[in-house]
Ligand binder design. Structure first.
Ligand SMILES: Cc1cc2nc3c(=O)[nH]c(=O)nc-3n(C[C@H](O)[C@H](O)[C@H](O)COP(=O)(O)OP(=O)(O)OC[C@H]3O[C@@H](n4cnc5c(N)ncnc54)[C@H](O)[C@@H]3O)c2cc1C
Length: 383
């Protein structure tokens, strides 16, 4: 049966971006319809690292859904001896994304957002005064549509907004280990910089398992599986079972990325807003939603400004920062051994990185602090 239903805002995708937008609009008294293709709670292939800077964006506490609280990052180069980056306060919260994303969505529902899960959007059509959004059995008409539908966004594809994106290929397994093995990882994340050419490998501890993964630029992913296996074998974990395993793309945007068009906005991964240096995407998923909410409110109430304001704000507040991250990622990819040496020899670099994780500074400020490329080269010569 084909239903025609009218809404002010239809959000596609109930990940951190879509759920946060529904929550932020709910706070403003604006009800939205969220269409999600999976039944919630749904698994998402992700290390589930929510940095303190991401957690601090939210005006509620996430500790109820945190699996572990990370205060130490063990960096290694090509499976060698670690450099331990430590902090007395939480750096990262680890979460299982099915639980975390559902938790965010429930917050939005309490403020009036309507969720229809198990509804895959198959078509979007922009009209003169509305947008038509179709699923297999329904059509929804809306004043505007928001694509928060992740790396394989149908909104971006249907509206030809999927240009200017580069991809990181990532693989990950949820590995169930014995309790004494798990205890060794408590409060500690492991990052190896050399074992995956053009990327890195990680271990993120959860309550009953370890999320172990690896990622690199899609163009260099030919041996990703083999190198991932090498990393896994090096961890000397006793008996383990793989509860779940998968691969997924992480989208990062390049110059001139379009995040707005006519009656459509893109958020989070759909807009390609992950950090090209770290692969962190939850922060900008939440942030882009928070930047979109007041623009949407203005649009619906007929106040000054239009939806195009979102493009300008994202360019200024997110893309500029991602451009800096992209530059840093180039050094990281080309000179991982040197990056590790600088990190392990200079307390200044870890202190700067820690501040970025905590949200106390950004890449632009760090770049200035270390004196840009000249400063980095100076550091290298001194080592
Ligand atoms: C292996 C891996 C590890 C990662 N680790 C981290 C990490 O530790 N920390 C971090 O910050 N980031 C990490 N990321 C990135 C992070 O997962 C994403 O950036 C984040 O999920 C983006 O949130 P989002 O809401 O934009 O999209 P998503 O979380 O992908 O949500 C999109 C939603 O849209 C739904 N959807 C898709 N298509 C349709 C459709 N046609 N109709 C209806 N619904 C649809 C999906 O089912 C999904 O629920 C990792 C990514 C990968 C692949």
């Amino acid at each position: 049966m084909l239903l025609k239903q009218n809404y002010d805002v239809v959000v596609i995708g109930a990940g951190p971006a879509g759920a946060t937008l529904a929550y932020e609009l709910g706070k403003k008294g604006i009800g939205v319809l969220v269409l999600e293709k999976e039944k919630l709670p749904r698994y998402k292939c992700c290390a589930g690292g929510v940095t303190s800077k991401a957690a601090n964006l939210l005006d509620f506490d996430i500790s109820a859904v945190a699996e572990d609280v990370i205060c130490e990052v063990a960096f290694t180069f090509n499976l060698g001896n670690p450099f331990l980056g430590q902090h007395s306060e939480p750096l990262i919260y680890t979460v299982m994304r099915d639980v975390f994303d559902h938790f965010l969505m429930q917050r939005a529902q309490r403020l009036g957002a309507m969720l229809m899960d198990g509804k895959r959007v198959t078509q979007i059509q922009l009209g003169g005064d509305s947008v038509e959004i179709s699923t297999a059995d329904s059509t929804f008409r809306s004043r505007l549509v928001v694509g928060a539908d992740g790396a394989y966004s149908i909104v971006a594809r249907e509206l030809s907004m999927n240009r200017g994106i580069e991809y990181i290929t990532a693989i990950e397994s949820e590995i169930v280990v014995a309790e004494d093995d798990l205890a060794k990882w408590k409060s500690r994340v492991r990052i190896d910089l050399g074992v995956i050419p053009g990327g890195y490998a990680w271990v993120f501890p959860k309550r009953g398992q370890l999320s172990i993964g690896a990622g690199c630029r899609a163009s260099r992913a030919r041996h990703l599986n083999r190198n991932y296996q090498k990393f896994l074998n090096s961890l000397s974990i006793g008996n383990y079972t793989i509860a779940r395993s998968g691969s997924h793309l992480i989208p990062t945007c390049t110059e001139g990325r379009l995040v707005w068009q006519d009656r459509a906005l893109l958020l989070g991964d759909a807009a390609g807003l992950t950090d090209p240096l770290t692969g962190e995407g939850i922060y900008n998923a939440i942030r882009s939603a928070q930047l979109a909410a007041p623009v949407i409110e203005n649009y619906l109430t007929g106040a000054a400004g239009g939806l195009q304001d979102y493009q300008q704000i994202v360019d200024k507040k997110i893309i500029t920062e991602l451009r800096m991250a992209r530059t840093l990622a180039k050094y990281f990819i080309r000179f991982p051994r040197l990056v590790f040496r600088i990190l392990s020899k200079s307390d200044r670099v870890w202190r700067a990185e820690r501040k970025v994780i905590l949200g106390e500074t950004d890449y632009a400020a760090v770049n200035e602090e270390v004196g840009g490329l000249k400063g980095i080269l100076g550091q290298l010569l001194r080592l």
